[in-house]
Write a protein that binds this ligand. Structure first.
Ligand SMILES: Nc1ncnc2c1ncn2[C@@H]1O[C@H](COP(=O)(O)OP(=O)(O)OP(=O)(O)O)[C@@H](O)[C@H]1O
Ligand SMILES: [Mg+2]
Length: 300
């Protein structure tokens, strides 16, 4: 049952307007069971609106959403209530109920409740009324509520919000562990460095449209490489390299070359000018740099 549908989520032609404002126009994407997918894009791009559409939490103007092959809309969401866990923006918390009572709303299994409390290290306060929780405690309770029923698909909107570094690390490890067991995740976050550590694929949203959907392997391929060279005499090395035709620039203590060139002849130019080479490193754009560049190119 777990992997019966290859595409656990299918979104086709999703459109959403608020009055005359088109907030989502023709959004299309799909992904497979067991994947961890990042949903990223600037503020107001439409990430939360897409997640609400996936959950059948708001009426849409056009398009289809299918989860595990079953249609989802504001009037049809059996699959969502049975197979999906979600935290959208902020957790909905009843101030006078304890964390434990909130978990009881999601499942009858006390074993699963005990598991999630331990996994997110909430034991110290789980029986206290939620109105006494800090921002991070409430956030963890929201995540716990999304995970506790062991749903096949988990949708988390900015889950790292308000979490301390140790909790972020634990959450990351928990997500990866659950994904290895077959759980699928769709996660939005502005902390791209955190997201990059766990996601298999990324969907980049801009102005209500999907700008691109790529696997991390594909993004790695489009990451630009650069060569960073440090010598005992950078100004002279720069002159020597420029006159040999290498498009080198100087930044602080480094010489930077973004074009892909064979290394040996380049180093021979520097050595030939009797300049000592101190360090040579290959650098690759990280996820943040690649996505910001692709976003700028998409806009351009
Ligand atoms: N209830 C609403 N009424 C009118 N406009 C709305 C409403 N909800 C969202 N919008 C608009 O829809 C657009 C997308 O909002 P959404 O919350 O989906 O963005 P987001 O990508 O989640 O942004 P953020 O990164 O800030 O969370 C924004 O321009 C927002 O102003
Ligand atoms: Mg949002």
């Amino acid at each position: 049952m777990q992997q019966a549908y290859k595409q656990i989520v299918q979104v086709a032609g999703l459109r959403k307007t608020f009055g005359h404002r088109v907030v989502l126009s023709d959004v299309n994407f799909a992904f497979s069971a067991g994947e961890i997918v990042g949903l990223v894009g600037p503020n107001g791009a439409g990430k939360t609106t897409i997640m609400k559409g996936l959950l059948g939490l708001m009426p849409t103007d056009a398009g289809n959403v299918r989860i595990l092959g079953q249609p989802v809309s504001v009037t049809t969401h059996t699959v969502v209530t049975q197979q999906v866990g979600a935290l959208i923006e902020r957790p909905a918390i009843y101030p006078f109920l304890s964390g434990w009572q909130h978990l009881q709303l999601m499942t009858n299994s006390s074993a699963q409740m005990t598991w999630v409390v331990a996994a997110l290290q909430m034991a110290d306060y789980i029986h206290r009324p939620a109105k006494r929780y800090s921002l991070g405690m409430k956030q963890k309770l929201g995540i716990a509520m999304a995970l506790v029923a062991h749903p096949q698909l988990v949708i988390l909107d900015e889950p790292m919000n308000g979490l301390d570094p140790q909790s972020v690390k634990r959450l990351r490890e928990l997500i990866v562990q659950l994904a290895q067991g077959g759980t699928t995740f769709l996660i939005s976050s502005h902390i791209l460095s955190e997201l990059a550590k766990i996601i298999d694929a990324v969907i980049l949203i801009d102005q209500g449209q999907v700008l691109l959907q790529r696997t991390m392997a594909q993004l790695q391929e489009s990451a630009r490489q650069s060569l960073v060279i440090r010598t005992a005499d950078n100004p002279q090395a720069l002159r020597a390299l420029l006159s040999a035709g290498y498009p080198v620039t100087q930044r602080a203590d480094d010489l930077i070359l973004t074009a892909a060139v064979p290394l040996t002849p380049l180093l021979q130019v520097i050595l030939g000018a009797h300049i000592q080479i101190l360090q040579v490193t290959q650098r690759r754009e990280d996820l943040e740099t690649v996505l910001l560049r692709l976003l700028a190119e998409g806009k351009g």
